[in-house]
Write a protein that binds this ligand. Structure first.
Ligand SMILES: NC(=O)c1ccc[n+]([C@@H]2O[C@H](COP(=O)([O-])OP(=O)(O)OC[C@H]3O[C@@H](n4cnc5c(N)ncnc54)[C@H](O)[C@@H]3O)[C@@H](O)[C@H]2O)c1
Ligand SMILES: [Zn+2]
Ligand SMILES: [Zn+2]
Length: 348
């Protein structure tokens, strides 16, 4: 089958790799209808995250149709159209039972094969899904494939980040990063009742979308963000910062924007070894700090109905559709934020 594969730093390839097959009775094989290109793929693309085998199919966001199931699969049949979270989960271990599905004892991240072990990704014609019964979810009627794709990752992650921020009546919130995940967080803050939302980025099309979703916008390249936020919060800082970038600069800015007693909620994937604020600063701010991977499978249950209600808004962040064969170019355009690209999907 054809897939977009990892070769080396900033080097991907559209090539033939082996078709996936059932390896375990709980597996399903999905024919991919659409696959997302995510900010998380860029960490691999730029070798901020390393270890991936050359020839690994990239990507962890997809919606597709089941074409084959293992003997033990009970909840799904051939022909079902399904979505998946970006990691697999068993549904019965301790972590699955407390809703932290992303830390399932048997979890695997799609698009991560290292020294021959792991799972190929969804930017391909087909993908193998282990523990299909617990991992997959039927795409509900009336929910578009695009909204379903975002529900499997960006929407769940944005909502999780917003929920972790602890929205209170009258609160003021800053979202750092208006990529697809940040934009989903703005929408989620609205769903959770937040009224005063500031969204920060430097890409005009992304800021414009954040404004459309109900945020006031600030460009960090042309504005003194800290001064602006202090001005609108009587010098205090905001109640919570949602950091959805994953850089040391954004982490630093989060601390500078926060009032004492506030919360930093971050889902940005951090790849550095040290925090960019000190224990002293954290102590002096009575900081609440929430960080980590989103338990997307858990949130998919919670949010399928929201995906239906807000389908048009959610899907509107997908600005670019590419044929799978043009996937390498899609990465370039998404990475460079060319042509107003907020999020790209690949269609096999
Ligand atoms: N925790 C999880 O489960 C999870 C899931 C999905 C994505 N992520 C992570 O979330 C982050 C965002 O993902 P995405 O797909 O939206 O990525 P993206 O690359 O499309 O968007 C990131 C945005 O941040 C902006 N930015 C850069 N530096 C900034 C700064 N200092 N202040 C404000 N904005 C800044 C960029 O201009 C860009 O628009 C990535 O780190 C990704 O890996 C985490
Ligand atoms: Zn993703
Ligand atoms: Zn589990």
């Amino acid at each position: 089958m054809k897939a977009i594969t990892f070769q080396d730093k900033q080097k991907l390839k559209y090539e033939d790799i082996a078709d996936p097959r059932i390896l375990d009775d709980g597996d399903a094989i999905i024919k991919v209808h659409i696959a997302g290109v995510c900010g998380s793929d860029l960490h691999v693309y730029h070798a901020r995250e390393t270890g991936l085998d050359c020839g690994t199919a990239m990507g962890h966001e997809f919606v597709g149709e089941i074409v084959e199931i293992g003997k033990a699969v009970r909840h799904f049949k051939k022909g079902d159209v399904v979505l998946s979270p970006f990691t697999t989960n068993c549904g019965v271990c301790y972590y699955c039972s407390i809703g932290l599905t992303c830390r399932c004892e048997q979890n695997q991240l799609y698009g991560w094969v290292q020294e021959g072990e792991g799972l190929h990704g969804g930017q391909a014609e087909y993908v193998r899904v282990p523990m299909a019964d617990a991992t997959l979810m039927l795409l509900k009627e009336g929910v578009s494939a695009k909204a379903g794709l975002l529900l499997g990752d960006n929407l769940s992650t944005g909502y999780y980040c917003a929920e972790q921020a602890g929205v209170q009546p009258g609160g003021t919130y800053v979202v750092l990063g208006c990529g697809s995940v940040g934009l989903m967080a703005v929408l989620s803050l609205k769903m959770l009742g937040a009224e005063r939302i500031y969204a920060v980025d430097a890409v005009p099309e992304r800021l414009q979308k954040a404004e459309e979703f109900g945020a006031a916008t600030l460009n960090f390249k042309t504005t003194d963000i800290v001064a602006q936020i202090k001005e609108v919060t009587q010098g205090r800082g905001v109640d919570a910062v949602l950091e959805i970038v994953g850089s040391p600069e954004a982490a630093r800015l989060s601390m500078d924007l926060l009032r004492p007693g506030g919360t930093i909620s971050t889902v940005g994937v951090h790849t550095s070894q040290h925090f960019s604020f000190s224990p002293v600063e954290a102590y002096d701010k009575n900081l609440t700090f929430k960080i980590g991977r989103c338990p997307a499978r858990h949130y998919m249950n919670k949010l399928m109905e929201k995906a239906r209600t807000y389908d048009a808004q959610i899907s509107s962040v997908i600005t670019h559709d590419f044929n799978l064969k043009d996937g390498v170019e899609a990465y370039r355009i998404f990475d460079q934020k060319e042509d107003g690209c907020i999020k790209a999907v690949l269609v096999p």
